[in-house]
Design a binder for this molecule. Structure first.
Ligand SMILES: Cc1ncc(COP(=O)(O)O)c(C=O)c1O
Length: 350
């Protein structure tokens, strides 16, 4: 069964599967000293800047908590959106390993800039956990993207108050495609300090990277990674997936496909919503996620054919997520099922 549950639900993209097979020969030195890691790290420097250093890890939660460990101490705070993955979906790991998470109010998943300084008033007060980092998810958990100028505004506030800037970029390639921007323009050039850069959600079997742009934060990172049990021994299998993902702009092609499929889904839903008021699009579609509100009694029959998550049980706001393997046909079948169900409701057979 294919559905719109998550880009985590899809399998391995053939390019990354071939990357795994390609490096599955002979013996290679371990712990990142293999030739696949070496050539991949060079590409990261080309894409993010020569001062950057990249470290492979197994998963996105580890990339986030390690990024935070690199730039804050246990008595310090990371500011993040109230919808952020580090706040809602990491089982308190950031608090356990790094420090306090303070949430900021949002609109459409994006932090409201004018609210940030309210959370900085007690900087210097020994009774208060000290704000040290701001973490932005790009694209956000609600599928929206911070524009370059929005990033500039937030980063200016962060710099004014000596806060590091972290990006949770589990799907950063989708933002790069949507904003038609290079990784460098989206991160290093704006003054971002470090990034959790995603692989898994973009067609990998597994594997993420922490890209550290600020040289001050690179010191000791390798020790933090090992101590956090995230130094992969057979690193070549993560590295070579990244090599092929970043080569020939494969990352952009995969992102383009997923985002275009989400747009196709969004446009179809928009059309349906204009013809009846049972469904409503709730967030702008700016990456590979579409958010809609649908009547509760439609969720079950829809999910029997196409799985997706109910994001908010109170409002039945649902998240539909596309992936590298979503086809136009998948989207069209979903839309026609939804139309049939809406008609059934209209004629009261449901
Ligand atoms: C924005 C974001 N960050 C981080 C993660 C964590 O990734 P993992 O599940 O690999 O730990 C996810 C996973 O869904 C995510 O969506």
């Amino acid at each position: 069964m294919k559905g719109f549950g998550s880009d985590n639900h899809s399998g391995i993209h053939p390019i990354m599967m071939n990357a795994l097979l390609e490096c599955n020969i002979d013996h290679e030195p371990s712990y990142g000293t293999d030739r696949y890691s070496e050539k991949t790290l060079k590409i990261f420097k080309e894409l993010f800047g020569p001062q950057s250093e990249t470290y492979f890890v197994y998963n996105g939660t580890a990339a986030n908590i390690l990024s935070l460990r690199a730039c804050m101490r246990r008595y310090e705070t990371v500011l993040s959106s109230d919808t952020s993955h580090i706040h809602l979906d990491e089982c308190g790991a950031p608090e356990y390993f790094a420090g306090k998470v303070q949430t900021l109010p949002t609109v459409n998943g994006k932090i409201i800039f004018s609210e940030i300084e309210k959370y900085l008033i007690r900087k210097g007060d020994q009774h208060y956990s000290q704000p040290k980092v701001i973490s932005l998810t790009q694209p956000t958990e609600l599928g929206t993207c911070y524009s370059i100028s929005e990033m500039q505004e937030i980063i200016a506030i962060a710099k004014k108050h000596n806060l590091y800037v972290h990006i949770d970029g589990a799907r950063l390639s989708n933002a790069a495609y949507y904003l038609q921007s290079s990784f460098k323009k989206l991160t290093s050039d704006l003054g971002v300090d470090l990034i959790s850069f995603g692989g898994t959600k973009n067609g990998f079997a597994f594997g993420e990277a922490v890209v550290i742009l600020n040289p001050k934060l690179q010191i000791d990172f390798k020790f933090l990674r090992k101590q956090s049990a995230q130094l992969p021994s057979k690193t070549r299998f993560i590295a070579n997936q990244f090599y092929h993902y970043l080569n020939d702009e494969t990352y952009l092609k995969i992102a383009e496909h997923s985002v275009k499929m989400a747009k196709h889904l969004h446009d179809g839903l928009k059309l349906l919503s204009l013809k009846n008021d049972l469904i409503k699009i709730t967030q702008p579609q700016e990456s590979n996620a579409v958010f809609i509100q649908i009547p509760k009694n439609l969720v079950k029959p829809l999910r029997e054919k196409f799985f997706f998550y109910v994001w908010d049980e109170n409002t039945t706001e649902c998240r539909l997520m596309t992936s590298w393997d979503t086809t136009e046909n998948d989207v069209d079948e979903f839309l026609s099922l939804l139309l049939n169900l809406i008609n059934a409701v209209r004629t009261s057979t449901l």
